[in-house]
Design a binder for this molecule. Structure first.
Ligand code: ATP
Ligand code: MG
Length: 168
C-alpha cells in the first residue's frame, strides 16, 4: 500500500503560476479530473495580507466556469455563484465580528450544503467551520509566493495525489 499524500509544496514565482495551480484545483473541485473524486469540496486559504488568497480563489472560480465580475468578498464576507449544477461559495472572514453576525447571515446553513467552498481567513471563524478537505497556506517568497498544501480528508489526499508532481 502506498502512503497517502498529505502535504505538497508549490513554488509560485508569479501570478501566472498561481493561476495554473488554481486551474488544476478547479478541475478537481468540479469533479472534472479523469479518475478523480466527485465534485465538491472545501478549501481553506491562509496567509498574511496580500499573500495571494483572493488571486487563487478568483482564478479557481473563473476556471470553474464563473463568468462576469468576481468580487473579493472582503466586505460582504460571502460571494456565491452557480454554474449549471455546481454551487461555489467564496468567503472572506477577515472582517467577521461576532457570533451574531455569523448566525444572522445564515452561514451555518450555507456551510452545510454540498458545494465548493473557498474560505479566506478561516482562522477568524474559530471553531465554527467544518474541517476543510484541503488547507492552502500561502507565504511570501522573494517577489513571488510559495504554497503549502495540506490534505485534511481522504478527498484532500486524492486531490494531492492528482496534483503531484506539480506541473507548471
Ligand atoms: N504567485 C504570485 N507571485 C507574485 N504576486 C502575486 C502572486 N499571487 C498573487 N500575487 C499578487 O499579490 C497581490 C495581493 O493578492 P491578493 O489580493 O490575492 O491577496 P490576499 O491574500 O487575498 O490578501 P487579503 O488578505 O488582503 O485579502 C496582488 O497584487 C496579486 O497580483
Ligand atoms: Mg483576499
Amino acid at each position: 500500500m502506498t502512503t497517502p499524500l498529505n502535504t505538497l509544496k508549490y513554488a509560485l514565482p508569479d501570478e501566472d503560476t498561481t493561476v495554473v495551480l488554481a486551474q488544476r484545483l478547479a478541475e478537481l473541485a468540479c469533479g472534472r479530473a479523469p479518475g478523480g473524486p466527485a465534485a465538491g469540496g472545501r478549501i481553506h486559504l491562509r496567509g498574511e495580507l496580500g499573500a495571494g488568497k483572493t488571486t487563487l480563489a478568483r482564478a479557481l472560480l473563473r476556471a470553474g466556469g464563473v463568468t462576469g465580475r468576481i468580487k473579493s468578498p472582503s466586505y460582504a464576507l460571502l460571494e456565491s455563484y452557480n454554474v449549471s449544477n455546481l454551487y461555489f461559495y467564496h468567503f472572506d472572514f477577515y472582517r467577521l465580528r461576532d457570533t451574531h453576525e455569523w448566525l444572522d447571515a445564515g452561514f451555518d446553513e450555507v456551510l452545510g450544503e454540498h458545494a465548493i467552498f473557498l474560505i479566506e481567513w478561516p482562522e477568524q471563524a474559530g471553531d465554527r467551520l467544518p474541517p476543510p478537505d484541503l488547507d492552502i497556506h500561502l507565504e511570501y517568497n522573494g517577489t513571488g509566493r510559495a504554497a503549502h498544501l495540506t490534505a485534511c480528508s481522504e478527498k484532500g489526499q486524492q486531490w494531492l495525489t492528482y496534483l503531484d508532481p506539480p506541473r507548471r
